[in-house]
Design a protein around this ligand. Sequence first.
Ligand code: MRU
Length: 348
Amino acid sequence: MVSAIEWRAGPPPSIRLLDQTRLPHTVSYLDVTTLDDLRAAISSLAVRGAPALGGAGALGVALALAQAERESWDETTLAAELDRLRATRPTAVNLAWAVDRIRPLIPQGRDAVLAAAQRLVAEDGAANRELSGIGADWIEQRVCRERGRREVRVATHCNTGALATTAWGTAYGIIHTLHERRRLGLVYVDETRPLLQGTRLTSWELHQDGIEHVVQADGAAAGTILRGLVDVVIFGADRITANGDVANKVGSVALALAAARAGIPCVVAAPSSTVDLATATGADIEIEERGADEVLTLAGVPLATPGTRAWNPAFDVTPHDLVSAIVTERGLVEPAVAGPGALAALLA
Ligand code: MRU
């Protein structure tokens, strides 16, 4: 499996990013040596997915120290550069979380910062493996045993595999684990407009893993679920608030609503680093708004009448009462039935 993000010692030191804007047809890499270039790669979604953004943020602190040495930055410049890095994408909490976790180590020097950043990256991969087993166990119990299904048919949204994380994936990791256990039926992959992470990225990863799937238009998803073609919805998260509300790629809440109406579980998978206990509810999450071109063009070709305006929130919020299970590497909570303090208790 490809690595979305890697540290290269240099000189000059760089972060090697698999350029996800060009997948699946072109596999190419960006060797990012400056914070400006890293922020540009994050903004353009060359690197994307909350846990991968955490990796980029952590390694970004090491990159900033290397650039600071080369360009003789003072402390104020370094702090301002890191502040700008952590704010590049505001909804995915992992980016700010990772920068904030690593930057206090700056006084210990570059080697200590790099070692801590690489530990954070490795921990994310391990967390994904762990949560995938926990999520697959829960689905085997709740869907296979209790509902008598040998294999589960899954609907998923956006991309949550190795590309979106540092390794293995979150929602994708559960799907992959169910496949390994021979418990997986057909996977319905939402195309995930406007940037088509489902069509371009999830389908690419599923092909590589030999997992049977179909890509569907986002507008088809709710109908597919209500027709009884799906046994469980599984998606990832960019931020999970203290009460269990879930921000994820725009379109996710439609799957959750349809799942509730159809009486099937909606499972959210994320490392504990995506849980933001400091934010009370989904109403308090800043939702990133992106450019109109992403909606009004397709592969660079204008679609709409010139002058048409667009509304392009990159994420939506699924209320906790629509979420059957939040799966992390530390365990699982069922927010629709658990008390408001359940996530905090899990992560204590
Ligand atoms: O805008 P993106 O592609 O970064 O959005 C990604 C998602 O919404 C993912 O579902 C989420 O970050 C979880 S990735 C494991």
